[in-house]
Structures are given as C-alpha cells and as structure tokens.
Design a protein around this ligand. Structure first.
Ligand code: NAP
Length: 312
C-alpha cells in the first residue's frame, strides 16, 4: 500500500511551511507536496518588511528558504509533485499525486490562490508580450519604459512601488476613487513622483502589434475613452483560491475560499485549510504562517481523537 503519513500538507507557501514546522515539531510524520519551488507567493516579494523579528527587510526568496530549512530541520519531508485529487476512504485520506498516491490521517490545504485576470480584449493575446501578473519576474524587461499597473489593493500598490524603481513612469489605474490597500502602503504610492494615479478609471483594451504598445482607458466619471501609451501592463486585481482536485463537498464562501472554523478545520473532519485558500479577512505572510500553525496543532488533536488518544 502507499506510504502513510500523519499529516499531508498541500502547498509549500507561508501557510504550508507554518503547518509543516508545527506538524513535524509535534512529532507528526509530515509531508508537504508542492509542484513549484517552496515559498509560494512569498517568493515574489521584493521587500518583506512587515514580518515580526525582521527589522531589516528581506527578499521573499531568502525568507522562504529559511522557512523551508527550518521545517525540514524539524523533520518534515517535501515532495515535488502536483496533487490531482483528495478523497477519504474509511479513516484515511488518499492524496493522488503526479507520482504515487500517499495516505494521510489528516490533510492541511495550503494551496493558496492564483491571479485573477482582467478579462479585457488583448489580455490573453499579449500575455508574456507585455501583459504580466508578476512585477519582480517581468519588470526588469521593461526598464526605462512606461508601465501601467491595474488594481487598487495591497498587491497593486506594492508592485507599483517596485516597478517605479525601474520604469520611466508608472500609470496606476484603479476603478474606485481611493485605494483598497492598507493606508500606509497607499500613502507611499500617492507620494511617489514616478507613479501617476488615475482613479475611477478602467482598462477597456490592451493594444499593440508584436507586443503591448498602449492601453485604452475609460474615465468612469466623464465617460472619456483615451489611449495611453505603455510597453507593459501589470495586472493585480485580486486572486482566485486554488481548490481544484479537492472534495466537491468542501464548504466554500461566495469567492470560492474554503470555510473553516477557528481551528482551521473545514466541514470535512480531518481536512484543515490555511492561508490564502481560506476565507479570511486579512491575507498576510504572518496570518498565513499563523493559520498553518493552528491547522497543524488542531490536526494533531484530531489524529489523537480518532486514535482514542485524546488528552481529556
Ligand atoms: P485585493 O485586495 O482583492 O484587491 C484587488 C483590487 O483589484 C481591488 O482594488 C479591486 O477593486 C480591483 N479589481 C478587482 N477586479 C477588478 C476588475 N475586474 N477590474 C479592475 N479592478 C479590479 O487583492 P490583492 O491586492 O491581490 O491582495 C490580496 C490579499 O493579499 C489582500 O488580503 C491583501 O491585503 C494581501 N496582500 C498584502 C500585502 C502586504 O501586506 N504588503 C501585499 C500583497 C497582498 P475594488 O477595490 O473596487 O474591489
């Protein structure tokens, strides 16, 4: 039969690594399955400056590597594979992977979220040719050029600040009359002389030939539609939780995020959720790590309960 783990964690981002560290340290035989490099979205952070204990900002890659090393040091195993399905047979979860399936007594879903697309003409056509969802990955290709950033949340504001270091000018387009982002982050954007903010404005079309050369913008207040020259469009309009392959009867909210109780347990006993895939009011590295720690701790209690070893 396939190998049996106490705890299988789906995803090695901040939430998955938090769960791995706490699971392994609780003496659970712990496996993390990740299809990409460990670190998740944290890998893309240019300056992680709001994680406690790090008064000097670090880059996301450095931070993620310390999390990975610490989890492994505590005994967690990491498997590079993708998960295609999770189902329950008797008291065991079977996790189907690109390799052999594995068995788990409890599962933590820490699969995170993927970028939402704008859905305008030209977005798909110019993806990889000026349209991007990752500033640190693609920003350097457009050094000295005009760039458009779309969105009004923390991601858009953080990434606009990063891109402003590279760009001739950043035009920031947001559909509302103020930012959704945290006030301190938004204030930095508004004070940056290289960023020009266009509130109450939407992108109607992304235009170009071989690559992006302009965007068509609409001022929602006046109705004016105009063309804005730009070599790149960076889209940060939120995210979609990644729940593919998970049991269909897992409870979700209206955005598709997994609903948990305060023990991070979903409506299916033994399946826990942590981080960006979970319905939560605040998505930060620190809250993802915390979710992971709570999920692993409560998974350990769940295992004790099903094995008749609960501390009463
Ligand atoms: P978000 O907070 O959901 O913001 C998405 C932004 O995109 C919103 O301003 C939204 O407008 C806009 N938007 C959505 N669909 C749109 C469309 N079709 N056309 C135009 N605009 C559209 O997403 P996020 O910025 O990616 O952040 C996700 C989570 O991660 C948040 O909880 C955030 O706090 C967290 N995060 C934190 C940090 C940090 O602490 N430094 C950094 C990155 C992310 P409306 O405002 O009108 O809805």
């Amino acid at each position: 039969m396939t190998e049996l783990y106490d705890l299988v964690i789906l995803g090695a981002g901040a939430a998955g690594m938090g769960a791995a560290q706490y699971g392994a340290r609780a003496n659970l035989k712990t496996l993390v399955i990740e299809e990409m490099a460990p670190g998740g979205q944290a890998l893309l952070i240019d300056r992680l400056e709001n994680y406690p204990g790090l008064p000097e900002p670090v880059d996301g890659y450095t931070w993620a590597e310390t999390m990975r090393a610490q989890a492994v040091e505590f005994g967690a195993e990491i498997m590079a594979s993708s998960v295609s399905a999770v189902h329950k047979e008797d008291e065991r979860f079977i996790v189907e992977t690109g390799d052999d399936p594995v068995q788990a007594k409890a599962v933590v879903v820490a699969t995170g979220a993927k970028h939402r697309h704008l859905g305008v003409t030209g977005e798909t056509e110019y993806a990889g040719r000026g349209v991007s969802y990752c500033a640190t990955c693609d920003g350097p290709f457009f050094k000295g050029k005009r760039m458009v950033v779309v969105g009004g949340g923390d991601s858009a504001c953080d990434e606009a600040m990063f891109l402003a270091k590279l760009a001739d000018k950043v035009i920031m387009v947001h559909r509302k009359d103020r930012f959704r982002a945290q006030k301190s982050v938004a204030a930095r954007v508004l004070a940056n002389p290289k960023i020009e903010v266009r509130f109450e404005t939407v992108v109607e079309e992304i235009k170009g030939e071989k690559s992006v050369s302009a965007v068509s913008l609409k001022n929602l207040k006046t109705g004016e539609v105009y063309s804005e020259p730009a070599s790149a469009v960076f889209v940060f309009v939120g995210s979609i939780p990644m729940t593919e392959g998970l049991p269909a009867d897992l409870a979700k909210d209206e955005t598709g995020s997994l609903v948990t109780d305060d023990r991070m347990e979903t409506n299916i006993p033994g399946i826990f959720a942590a981080g960006d895939v979970r319905a939560t009011p605040f998505r930060q590295v620190i809250t993802a790590v915390s979710d992971g720690a709570v999920a692993a701790h409560c998974a350990a209690q769940y295992i004790d309960e099903i094995e008749g070893k609960a501390y009463l």
